[in-house]
Design a protein. Structure first.
Length: 90
């Protein structure tokens, strides 16, 4: 890598490197990933540039904090929450 060149950052959940390991705060069951929140905006949002979609993901700091916002859902009670996933160097 060239000195000063920024590492490429990726979401470990989107890229299958890690899995969500959260417990539901209501019923203590497992929470599962339902994908990036921006993928639910419209039919074409999964195909848009990642940095552009970070401008409309509901978190004003996600682009500068290098976070990917995911929807997680409880397997038992159905509770839906968002989770900030820290992007990591590729």
């Amino acid at each position: 890598m060239v000195r000063g060149e920024m590492d490429m950052l990726i979401c470990p959940i989107c890229n299958g490197i890690k899995e969500i390991e959260d417990i539901c705060p209501d019923c203590a069951s497992d929470m599962v990933d339902q994908g990036k929140i921006v993928d639910y905006l419209d039919d074409y949002s999964p195909y848009l540039e990642v940095m552009m979609t970070k401008l409309v993901d509901g978190d004003s700091d996600s682009a500068t904090a290098h976070q990917c916002i995911h929807i997680i859902q409880c397997v038992d009670c159905g509770k839906i929450m968002t989770k900030e996933i820290q992007e990591a160097p590729y």
